[in-house]
Design a binder for this molecule. Structure first.
Ligand SMILES: [Zn+2]
Length: 227
């Protein structure tokens, strides 16, 4: 059961961050008529995958990933995509206050009842963690009564040790096709992984099916501090 929201704001640093663990959820909200804004901070222009043989170079990759991102949003039925224009692999070096302001401005403008991002310190990549820190800081500064809920993705090896099991599980079985379409839209990054995955899904591999059909979040608890 997915709770109805007033407005959902999704904030991630890289195109395709939304595809793996949230695209079924985004598609569900859109089909429920809930407005969703996706703020993608960079164009993933440092993505390592340039193809073999290469289909892109450092100059053309951002353009390719921009088109892929737009197509991914189409697949999810998302029509409010914000490309925030930061450079890939630099979020961790940006001024903290600047990043907090970017998030605070998005919240002020869209007035979300729910924000979705990563969990700080448990999201494996420095850009992911830096994005998560900015999101947590921006919301923490709001008066308690006005704060949106914050659902986070965490997948570091020690996640269960630190946070236990996720408290929000969305059954997105009905959106599986849209999720696969979203992942395929990011072909430059996902084509090999999706080949593997589609084989596993055909074989009804239980882990692959669980990954496809269920999206798992940790509600951020404001009495826990990440620092
Ligand atoms: Zn990422």
């Amino acid at each position: 059961m997915i709770k109805k929201e007033r407005h959902v704001l999704v904030i991630f640093p890289h195109p395709d961050d939304e595809a793996f663990g949230v695209s079924g959820t985004i598609s569900s909200y859109r089909d429920m008529g809930v407005p969703v804004t996706y703020a993608c901070l960079t164009l993933g222009e440092m993505g390592r995958n340039l193809g073999n043989p290469p289909f892109a170079n450092r100059e053309t990759l951002p353009q390719i990933r921009k088109e892929e991102l737009k197509n991914a949003c189409k697949a999810m039925g998302l029509d409010d995509l914000r490309m925030m224009g930061f450079r890939d692999k630099t979020i961790e070096f940006e001024d903290d206050e600047k990043m907090v302001k970017v998030v605070a401005d998005l919240i002020e403008e869209t007035n979300p009842s729910l924000v979705i991002s990563f969990y700080p310190g448990l999201a494996v990549h420095p850009d992911h963690d830096a994005t998560a820190r900015a999101v947590v800081r921006a919301i923490r500064r709001m008066p308690e009564m006005e704060r949106p809920a914050l659902y986070t993705l965490a997948f570091a090896n020690n996640t269960v040790e630190v946070l236990g099991e996720p408290d929000v599980i969305h059954d997105v079985t009905a959106k599986a096709d849209k999720k696969v379409a979203t992942l395929n839209a990011h072909a430059s990054q996902t084509v090999w992984m999706m080949k593997e995955m589609e084989k596993k899904l055909e074989e009804l591999d239980p882990d692959a099916l669980k990954w496809l059909n269920y999206e798992r979040f940790y509600t951020y608890r404001w009495d826990q501090d990440f620092e």
